[in-house]
Design a protein around this ligand. Structure first.
Ligand code: KE4
Length: 470
């Protein structure tokens, strides 16, 4: 929402605004007096981003290397980032933002942490990739195994997608079954078998089943609404003894923030055990985010396999899958299930992961994250309600989200009922106030140890202002 230098008052519905490169193309219907001047109001100068993004679109599909970054679901001009530090980011036009995306989760101790950078510098002096085992892999493996209740052995890969692919193949190899269950709106990376009613970028782009995904890859993927106990029971009844694994995000971040209903996780633990199905917690986002042992430690439910990513790489490409020794021993070369990767376990990524986990292991980390994130969500929701908006929100540890609906939001269908247009106006209003939220209603937000209570106060003040405008 842009506010002009020239003051004039409008009531009723605005005429369709000329499509400004970065203003969403929806005509906001405004029922209160505002002053809007579509020509001169440019709180956010994005000239360099506009130019660079126009060039990017000629070089890379959609101008990006991951769809959600293209701002498709919020419209307007994506911004190119020049640098980050702590909880701040600067775009190439010099605009500064308080960052609540944190590179989609990895930046839990804050961006470009001095200790991490120094350790990377030391490692770099010895090379960047060995293509052979190195001690750093042992160190990070020991840290992950001692932190995550379900993991007795771990395999490092280069992304969350690879981690979920490996876990899926392993579950099928271990059980001899092929069918899997996933939940609508949960995202487990872009491997074919998971691109069925997925969340995140797929949801954002309205691509429940992406073209190019053959039926052969997905006909054994069964889906249920999240938090729907009876739907899960129905699937097990109809597929007795045939289901290799049940995958889920133990707290959903890819439909927006949706926590499990009480007893949902223990129900899944019980029914998968009864059916000899492996329970797989996709903790790529929640791992080390909700607590040092992830969602499984936070809720006290131990899955058979866990996938990880994001935080364990400290901002460098790392994924991992792990679980009980008897299962993991099937992975080549210990066992017959093949999976490999040129840069898996590379020394730089291991270094960044080790330094990051060392920091968040320190006492007080999750109490601090829970405190500031609770204040943030409470402040935003109260500000929204005070301005007359239907809004609900939640958080666990340093992960949060809110929806423009009264709520409650228990699954993806509920999430899609929220007011997406209002989210778009809120997103742009906050961006103009120097607050960078995830550019999609179907994403979660993240805080870090670098966010101060002053940053939280500034963010809430920005929200109060923007809520009055939208
Ligand atoms: P990557 O392949 O993007 O490292 O991880 C895939 C993945 C798997 N599982 C969960 C629960 C995830 O959240 C993700 C990736 N998350 C998205 C954000 N919602 C990454 C951002 C993006 O796609 O650009």
């Amino acid at each position: 929402m842009a506010v002009s230098a020239t003051k004039f008052t409008l009531t009723g519905t605005l005429p369709r605004l000329p499509s400004h490169p970065r203003r969403p193309t929806r005509t906001p219907s405004i029922t209160m007096a505002v002053s809007v001047d579509p020509k001169t109001s440019t709180k956010l100068i994005l000239r360099k981003s506009e130019e660079a993004f126009a060039a990017a679109k000629e070089l890379m599909p959609g101008g990006v290397n991951s769809p959600v970054r293209a701002f498709k679901s919020v419209g307007g001009q994506p911004i190119l980032i020049d640098s980050v530090k702590g909880c701040r980011m600067w775009d190439i036009d010099g605009n500064e933002y308080i960052d609540y995306v944190g590179s989609w989760g990895p930046a839990i101790i804050g961006h470009a942490d001095d200790q991490v950078l120094a350790a990377l510098g030391e490692t770099m002096k010895k090379g960047t990739s060995f293509g052979a085992p190195c001690l750093l892999e042992n160190t990070l493996a020991e840290m992950v195994i001692s932190a995550v209740p379900s993991i007795e052995m771990v395999r490092f890969v280069n992304s969350g997608t690879e981690a979920c692919m490996g876990a899926l193949r392993l579950a099928r190899a271990f059980t001899g079954n092929e069918k899997i269950i996933k939940f609508e709106g949960c995202y487990h990376g872009h491997a074919d078998p998971f691109l069925v009613k997925a969340g995140s970028g797929v949801a954002t782009l309205g691509l429940p089943d992406s073209p190019g995904v053959p039926k052969a890859a997905t006909f054994e993927t069964l889906t249920a609404p999240y938090n729907d106990f009876s739907a899960v029971e129905e699937i097990f009844k109809a597929n007795k003894g045939e289901i290799a694994a049940l995958f889920l995000e133990p707290v959903v971040g890819n439909s927006g923030f949706i926590p499990p209903k009480p007893e949902f996780l223990s129900f899944l633990r019980k029914i998968t055990k009864e059916n000899n199905t492996l329970l797989v917690f996709d903790e790529v986002m929640t791992g080390f985010r909700l607590s040092y042992g992830g969602a499984q430690e936070y809720f006290g439910i131990t899955p058979d396999l866990t996938t990880l990513g994001k935080i364990i790489g400290g901002g460098l490409p790392v994924g991992a899958y792990g679980g009980r020794r008897e299962i993991m021993q099937m992975v080549a070369p210990a066992g017959p299930m093949y999976q490999a990767g040129t840069l898996s376990g590379n020394p730089l990524a291991m270094t960044a992961g080790i330094q990051t986990l060392k920091r968040i292991k320190e006492p007080g980390t999750y109490q601090y994250l829970d405190k500031i994130t609770g204040e943030l969500v409470q402040g935003i929701v109260e500000a929204g309600k005070k301005a007359g908006h239907a809004i609900c929100g939640g958080h666990i540890g340093g992960m949060f989200g809110f929806f423009f609906t009264e709520g409650p939001v228990h699954n993806f269908t509920d999430a899609k009922k929220s007011d997406a247009d209002k989210f778009v106006r809120f997103f742009w209003g906050m961006l103009e106030e120097g607050v960078y939220l995830a550019p999609s209603q179907f994403e979660a937000g993240f805080t870090s140890l670098a966010h101060t209570s002053d940053d939280i106060k500034k963010t809430i003040a920005a929200a109060e202002k923007v809520f009055r405008q939208i």
